[in-house]
Design a protein around this ligand. Structure first.
Ligand code: ADP
Ligand code: MG
Length: 587
């Protein structure tokens, strides 16, 4: 689908790509000066073969004069090239910084539904390759394009002024050959891309099996993976060998075609000299222009593909810029004054936008008073996490109303609401950086004392202190690996700093061993005090303490009440679930 789009570049696409120039507009003065230098370099390049042939056919009298002309031309071209590149790079980098900032600012405000449909890694690499593509085009491809156009048209004009007949011969032979060469070259490149992607496939096997080496060994599947890898690499070799044949033919073609063309032009021109249609000293000029024009035609084809790629890249970026954002505020958020934190769901129906055909919530209603602690229990896949996502306002319900403090959620600003809620998920993601920075994520302007106080409340201060670098310990990919319970407690410290009215715990303790579970549980209980809390939990001990239990099954709330009320009824779903838990299956 995407490829198809890229192949046919219509007027609309070009119009879209022209939006790129909106980003250059603020620098248009600088840009026009750069363009001036570009014209100078193009003209100089055009004059070069002329002066070169003049030097070649100089008489002893004008030899030094011709040499000086060339030296001056080269110096002018060198200076103009320097300023052209400097100015274009300057304008491009400033525009590109603005593009990157705009795209990121837009991207980060897109709704969750967008991120569900796109793979984050793909998005990331797309943005970086798209901007690189644009950068290349603005700094060099555009200049190349104008230089080559000038060379082709200017060169042909110069040739025609001397001999129309020979010019027509050259136009017929040289550029045609160059075009054939370019297309042949492109075919070969496509082939080598195929080899590349096959290599990538075989690398995936290496990468996956090394990452999952435990699984490979545990299943004694070394033989299987060796076989898989052998098959793939043999395929790579086969494709590459076939590509080698094409490359061989290409090089034979170059020798025959390109050098043959030069021979043909010389042969034709010498014939003309013999007939008196051409002067002997014009031959070298002709040849030089012919070679330069041929080179430019070849270059133009490359430039054309490059510009097309840029149009595609620009389209991709503007697709992101044109996607509708959530109405989040990008200013430092303010608190809603007097927010108390009661929650009500009234007949909520919901399907994830990416799976509109599957209704996840089928009319969910419940009330949670301010400061109340409510447990959601139910089999996995019943919709518990979805309820929490809807409280976070990550998605809007298809039907029904969500109320905070008896007011429709949509009357509040999105950022205001989210600012009153903290979520502690099962898998806590820490950003690469220090522990201090990670805790401060809950309140970016928190001071050292506040951070430490939060860590103490979260039962995290002690283990942080046991690291040599304390709060400055680097975590994440390049830092130390924290255990699940430690990450959990850092997330709790974040939540403490944020000081929300509503707390959402999505199986916050379910993946922990009992030792760290106890520490996390203690910290959570402190955190829950006085806050409206919704807890998805597996352990009966946590659930029993809740003010109210909502039993979720198949996208509905099938029972609600306290533990003692629900357990009394021997027929209740709750009783069933808790019996399963006692047997070790978990709620
Ligand atoms: N992001 C999503 N996109 C589409 N479907 C989803 C998404 N998240 C969950 N679901 C589906 O919604 C249903 C309820 O999931 P969830 O609320 O996570 O259940 P629970 O937390 O009770 O285990 C499941 O069928 C699940 O496959
Ligand atoms: Mg869940």
């Amino acid at each position: 689908m995407k490829n198809e789009k890229k192949k046919r570049t219509g007027r609309k696409d070009i119009q879209k790509a022209l939006r790129l120039f909106n980003y250059i507009k603020p620098f248009r003065f600088q840009f026009s000066i750069g363009f001036l230098f570009l014209i100078i370099t193009a003209l100089a390049a055009l004059a070069f073969p002329k002066l070169l042939s003049m030097l070649m056919s100089s008489t002893p009298q004008n030899l030094s004069e011709n040499l000086w002309l060339l030296i001056i031309l080269l110096v002018v071209q060198a200076v103009a090239s320097f300023f052209r590149i400097m100015i274009f790079v300057n304008v491009t980098e400033k525009s590109l910084a603005n593009i990157r900032q705009d795209v990121y600012k837009h991207l980060i405000q897109l709704p969750m539904a967008f991120f569900n449909e796109k793979r984050v890694g793909e998005l990331n690499s797309r943005i970086s390759s798209d901007t690189t593509q644009i950068q290349e085009t603005l700094t060099s491809t555009l200049a190349e394009f104008f230089r080559q156009i000038a060379m082709v048209f200017g060169g042909i004009t110069i040739l025609a002024l001397t001999s129309v007949k020979l010019t027509i011969f050259i136009i017929a032979v040289v550029p045609t050959l160059m075009l054939v060469a370019v297309f042949f070259g492109r075919f070969i490149r496509k082939y080598s891309k195929k080899v590349q992607s096959e290599i990538a496939d075989s690398n995936t096997i290496v990468e996956e099996t090394l990452q999952g080496i435990q699984t490979v060994k545990a299943f004694v599947n070394e033989w299987f993976e060796i076989g898989r890898y052998r098959l793939k690499t043999n395929e790579v070799a086969k494709t590459a060998i076939k590509g080698g044949m094409y490359r061989g033919s290409f090089s034979a073609f170059i020798v025959l075609g390109i050098f043959g063309a030069i021979v043909a032009v010389i042969w034709f021109a010498v014939g003309m000299i013999h007939n008196g249609e051409l002067q002997e000293n014009q031959l070298s000029e002709f040849l030089l222009y012919a070679v330069f024009i041929g080179g430019s035609v070849g270059g133009l084809a490359r430039v054309y593909t490059n510009i097309q790629k840029t149009i595609g890249a620009t389209e991709d970026l503007f697709e992101i810029l044109d996607s509708k954002t959530e109405p989040v505020s990008v200013d430092h958020p303010k608190a809603i004054s007097g927010f108390r934190g009661s929650i009500e769901f009234s007949d909520i129906e919901f399907s994830y936008p990416s799976r509109a055909d599957i209704q996840v919530l089928k009319g969910v209603s419940f009330k949670v008073d301010q400061g109340e602690q409510v447990a959601l229990v139910g089999p996995s896949g019943s919709g518990k996490s979805t309820i929490i996502q809807l409280i976070m306002q990550f998605y809007l319900p298809d039907k029904g109303k969500i109320l905070f403090d008896h007011t429709k959620a949509t009357t509040f600003e999105l950022s205001e609401i989210r600012n009153q809620i903290s979520i502690v998920p099962q898998d806590v993601l820490l950003f690469g950086g220090s522990i201090r920075e990670n805790i401060a994520y809950g309140k970016t302007d928190a001071g050292q004392d506040e951070i430490m106080e939060a860590a103490i409340k979260a039962n995290a201060h002690q283990f942080i202190g046991s690291f040599p670098d304390g709060y400055d310990t680097i975590v994440g990919e390049r830092g130390i690996q924290l255990s699940g319970g430690q990450r959990q407690r850092i997330a709790i410290a974040r939540a403490v700093l944020k000081n929300p009215k509503i707390l959402l715990l999505d199986e916050a303790t379910s993946s922990l061993d009992s030792e760290s579970e106890k520490l996390v549980q203690q910290a959570l209980e402190k955190l829950m005090e006085g806050r409206t809390s919704i807890i998805i939990a597996h352990r009966l001990s946590t659930i029993v303490k809740a003010n109210k239990i909502l039993v979720v099954d198949g996208g509905r709330i099938v029972e609600q009440g306290t533990h003692s009320e629900l357990i009394k009824n021997s027929e209740s779903r709750y009783r069933q679930l808790s019996e399963m838990q006692l047997m070790g299956e978990g709620l």
